[in-house]
Design a protein around this ligand. Structure first.
Ligand code: ASP
Length: 369
């Protein structure tokens, strides 16, 4: 009896696997074999199949669309993925078609407002995908991580090879980005960077190589998950404030204040910091040595900045690790960026300064995100 029960369970499992195999295999699956239709009287009442999830694509340019003789449009990008319509209802907009470095901070604000508006107006939307050039992709991704106030995923994607190159991986990356954006498991994880079958958090990911395909890495933190051909799998969640828990409201921010990043190197002159302050910077991020040390006359430059109520945030040029401290008193214009890369600390500081000019608020924001 037990054997019969086990056998029947096993047979049922085989039947389920057989039924699911075409769906798992996706576009590679052979079409189902024709079956004899059941007589009308025995047919189950027809329930209309749920439409595939809706995902909106904002295309901004970059190598993913930069083919010889002209850039791919948003429609061409969508069409580059075979069979996408059976899995995702893709809609799109050509937001820009330039390299990532050519996108302005005002365009970042505009893009974030448009994504927020789309989520607000369309309850049916599962997620958003944004294509970007890879050079500054992680910066735009972190900006969206801090400013799109919704649980639904924003997935940023690019490519290292252009569409005219043998081995172009852009369509595969874009397909993965659509799958990640459509997957309910991606909700609440903030902005996600998807390339090379890997899902990284916008807060942690960095471009680590100028040319290699596996350039995006979160260092010791590792990937959040993977986009494998059978399914999307997650292993961990970001714990810091972002997206739906963010206080940064782009509808109330007209422009982002100037914040500069200044590198520490042996004998570095403090007058570069003074020059940034005199040019109108409201914040300076120091990409310091080791655990945030400065060199040369940078200390004088920092005193000049804080004396004019310009915020100075210490980070490390080491590539990973924290800069400790930050507790110099509530009224202090100096704090630490913790473990944030200098360019990420700059984005957080721009948003913090656009939101409050109170040192204690800015210090708190630098701690919480
Ligand atoms: N120059 C390109 C950009 O960032 C590089 C790329 O997309 O990979 O727009």
């Amino acid at each position: 009896m037990r054997f019969i029960l086990r056998l029947s369970t096993w047979l049922a499992a085989v039947a389920v696997v057989a039924a699911l195999t075409p769906a798992i295999a996706g576009q590679q699956a052979a079409p189902p074999a024709p079956t004899t239709p059941a007589p009308q009287s025995q047919a189950a009442p027809a329930t209309p199949a749920a439409p595939p999830p809706k995902v909106f694509l904002f295309a901004t340019g970059g190598t993913i669309s930069n083919k010889q003789g002209g850039r791919l449009t948003v429609d061409e990008l969508i069409q580059s993925i075979p069979n996408l319509a059976s899995r995702v209802r893709a809609e799109g907009e050509q937001f820009a078609n330039v390299s990532s470095g050519a996108i302005s901070l005002d365009q970042w604000l505009d893009l974030s407002r448009r994504i927020n508006d789309r989520f607000k107006k369309d309850a049916d939307l599962a997620g958003v995908v944004v294509t970007s050039g890879t050079d500054t992709l992680e910066e735009m991704a972190y900006f969206l991580h801090l400013t799109v106030r919704d649980e639904r995923p924003v997935v940023i994607v690019g490519a290292m090879r252009n569409p005219s190159t043998l081995g172009y991986e852009g369509a595969a990356n874009l397909e993965d980005a659509f799958r990640v954006a459509a997957d309910p498991q991606s909700r609440g994880l903030g902005a996600l960077v998807v390339l090379n079958d890997e899902i990284n958090s916008a807060r942690e990911v960095t471009k680590t190589d100028s040319l290699r395909l596996d350039t995006f890495s979160s260092g010791d933190y590792g990937v959040l998950g993977v986009a494998d051909s059978d399914r999307i799998v997650y292993y961990r969640k970001p714990v810091r404030r972002h997206t739906a828990q963010s206080e940064f409201d782009v509808s109330a921010i007209k422009t982002l204040p100037r914040v500069d990043v200044i590198l520490t190197y042996q004998g570095a002159p403090g007058d570069l910091i003074k020059a940034a302050v005199d040019a109108g910077a409201r914040g300076i991020v120091i990409a310091g040595a080791g655990a945030g040390a400065t060199s040369g006359t940078q200390g004088e430059g920092i005193s000049y900045a804080t004396g004019k109520n310009v915020f100075v945030v210490s980070t490390t040029r080491a590539g990973s690790g924290r800069v400790m401290g930050g507790g110099r008193g509530a009224a202090s214009y100096r704090t630490t960026g913790g473990d944030l890369q200098p360019i990420k600390a700059r984005i957080l500081l721009m948003l913090a300064l656009a939101t409050s000019d109170k040192p204690e608020d800015v210090q708190r924001m630098l701690r919480e995100y």
